[in-house]
Design a protein around this ligand. Structure first.
Ligand code: SAM
Length: 141
């Protein structure tokens, strides 16, 4: 087990991303993380898919998944719609996104996710301290 000081040292070495966690749409989040080649959701995807497949063999109802620290719903997008981080980086990096208002991005994204296949019968429930990121994921609330 690591001592508190070891955690502090690790946290000090980590990049501070607080400024991109709570914006009204995901553009800055994906712009910054793309520069860092952030790939954890892609790496975790096959592990979650295996777990989901296993659990689905044992229950008929739609599987409910709690995503702690869900941000703008990255894991939900990747698992429900079988998208990759590269596809999400491309989506939010499009030229037309640059000049759009946040409301425009939200409306465009709603259409985008409505139009693509929902390949997994799962319900992802997101929890995050970033209120604006949550509001982006639930624009009807
Ligand atoms: C590195 S991001 C990961 C987001 C997403 N799961 C992904 O893989 O792209 C970390 C997220 O955890 C959230 N977070 C950090 N501390 C938290 C806390 N104590 N309670 C809830 N959310 C927290 C941040 O707001 C941020 O959205």
């Amino acid at each position: 087990m690591l001592a508190d000081t070891a955690f502090e040292d690790i946290n000090e070495a980590k990049a501070d991303m607080d400024h991109i966690y709570n914006q009204s749409d995901p553009r800055a989040y994906f712009h910054e993380l793309n520069k860092l080649d952030y790939a954890i959701p892609d790496t975790a995807k096959p592990i979650f898919q295996k777990l989901i497949g296993h659990l689905q063999q044992h229950q008929r109802e739609t599987l409910h998944i709690l995503d702690l620290g869900c941000s703008y719903g990255v894991n939900a997008a990747i698992l429900k719609h079988d998208l990759s981080m590269d596809e999400l980086y491309e989506h939010w990096g499009q030229k037309k996104m640059t000049d759009a208002t946040s409301e425009g991005v939200v409306a465009y994204d709603q259409q985008f996710f409505n139009d693509i296949d929902t390949s997994e019968d799962i319900m992802v429930i997101g929890l995050d301290q970033a209120e604006n990121a949550i509001a982006y994921g639930c624009p009807w609330s």
